[in-house]
Structures are given as structure tokens and as C-alpha cells.
Design a protein around this ligand. Structure first.
Ligand SMILES: Nc1ncnc2c1ncn2[C@@H]1O[C@H](COP(=O)(O)OP(=O)(O)O)[C@@H](O)[C@H]1O
Ligand SMILES: [Mg+2]
Length: 224
């Protein structure tokens, strides 16, 4: 479960003092197995909400509870294990350019200490599933934008996170690739992962109807 209770967020200004609030009075609860859109124009606060959802930030006030852990009570050492249960698809792909497609997807498993046998099984299954098994030896720059995006999603889900947050995962893709990426996220959700996707485009929620939290100026203006 993800619960925001009266959350506000202010980034520090250049002197380290709190700047203006970019999120205000946000309250909502997302249940196990849910799929949720975070919709709003650029600057509305979508990425900031996702940063709170993967424990990259703590709120300035209010409470964020992630997978049973209230961040206000989380100690520093609680955060790495929490973050390992949350898959993140950043808007800029952040793939490692010197690693092959295979090794990019394998990396989180290896960091989590999985055996090489488990890595082999899981990575090959996932690369097949995203349709990149024939391109596993290529480096990211040798893949199309859509292929890189799918690879980013594969890397985010290979450790079977309880929660997957994706920041505008289709914004740089053509229509066909965007449909395919969306199908992948929907399939992850069908298999039991809680999925949260930020987008500025109303087309996506229309194509995959689900709960939609609409942000404007850092406030929740609709929840439908
Ligand atoms: N690291 C940061 N430091 C200061 N202000 C930021 C930072 N990141 C985002 N902001 C500000 O917070 C507001 C919301 O931004 P963001 O969450 O990126 O919105 P969105 O993803 O909807 O475009 C904007 O006014 C933006 O300028
Ligand atoms: Mg953003």
C-alpha cells in the first residue's frame, strides 16, 4: 500500500533553506495490486510525487507510507531494503552505456546477490518477454528509443518489486512503441505489481482506464 497524508514538499533553495512548496496537502491511498495514473501538465509536481513514492525524498510535512513503512519513522538503514522493493522507470532511461542489454537487466539482480543461475533464468525470460532476446548483446546506443525504454522497464521489474513507479515512460516513443510499453506495464500489474505511471498526456489513461489522480500546481484537483 502507498498512503500520502496531507503531504507537502518544498525543495531547498540554493542556501539550503526551504523553497516554495511544490506539493501541497496531498492525501490519497493506493491499494495492493492497483494501477494508478498521475496526470498533470509539466510542472504540476508528478515527478516530485514519484520521488516521494520511491523514497528518494522525504516530505517536508505530512506522512508518506510505503509498503507498510511510514517514512517519518524510517531510519537511514531502513531505506535501502525498502528501495529494493520498488522498481523505478526514470524519464531519462539511465541505462549503463558500457553494458550490454543483458548486463543492464542483470545488474539489479547481481547487486541483490542473486546466483548466476537465477540471473540467467530471470534475465532470459524477461528479455524474451519484452522482445529483446535477439538483441541481448547490444549496448543501449545500438537500440531504438522504444527498445531502450522496454529495457529500462525490464531492469525495473527484474527483481519483482512490489511497487513499480514509471515517470512519463512513453513520452519519447512513437505510437506503436507507446502501446507496447503500456501493455507491458498493464501485464506487470496483472501479475500483481502495484503500478503508478506519471503522464502529461490524457490519451494514455483513455487507452488504459484506471484510477487517475490529477495534479495542478502541486495540488490534487481530481481523483477519479
Ligand atoms: N530538484 C528540484 N529543486 C527545486 N525545484 C524543483 C526540483 N525538481 C522540481 N522542482 C520544481 O517543482 C515543481 C514540480 O516539478 P516536477 O515535480 O518535476 O513536475 P512535473 O513532473 O509534473 O513536470 C516545478 O515548479 C519544478 O520547478
Ligand atoms: Mg516530470
Amino acid at each position: 500500500m502507498v498512503r500520502f497524508s496531507r503531504v507537502a514538499l518544498a525543495y531547498p533553495d540554493p542556501r539550503g533553506r526551504p523553497g516554495p512548496e511544490v506539493l501541497r496537502d496531498l492525501s490519497f491511498t493506493l491499494g495492493e495490486g492497483s494501477f494508478t495514473w498521475i496526470l498533470g501538465p509539466s510542472g504540476a509536481g508528478k515527478t516530485s510525487v514519484l520521488r516521494l513514492m520511491h523514497a528518494a525524498l522525504r516530505p517536508s510535512s505530512g506522512e508518506v507510507e510505503l509498503l507498510g513503512l511510514p517514512l517519518s519513522r524510517a531510519r537511514r538503514r531502513d531505506l535501502p531494503p525498502l528501495r529494493r522493493r520498488i522498481g523505478v522507470v526514470h524519464q531519462e532511461f539511465r541505462l549503463l552505456g558500457h553494458l550490454t542489454a543483458w548486463d543492464n537487466v542483470a545488474l539489479p539482480l547481481r547487486l541483490a546477490g542473486a546466483s548466476e543461475a537465477a540471473v540467467r533464468t530471470d534475465v532470459s525470460e524477461l528479455l524474451g518477454w519484452i522482445g529483446l532476446d535477439t538483441k541481448q548483446d547490444r549496448r543501449p546506443e545500438e537500440l531504438s528509443g522504444g527498445e531502450q525504454q522496454r529495457l529500462t522497464i525490464a531492469r525495473a521489474v527484474v527483481t519483482r518489486p512490489a511497487l513499480l513507479v514509471a515517470d512519463e515512460p512513453t513520452s519519447d516513443l512513437d505510437a506503436r512503441q507507446a502501446r507496447r510499453t503500456l501493455a507491458l506495464l498493464a501485464e506487470m500489474n496483472r501479475l500483481g505489481t502495484m503500478v503508478v505511471v506519471a503522464t502529461h498526456s490524457e490519451d494514455l489513461p483513455a487507452r488504459h482506464p484506471a484510477r487517475t489522480l490529477t495534479l495542478e500546481g502541486g495540488r490534487l484537483v481530481a481523483d477519479a
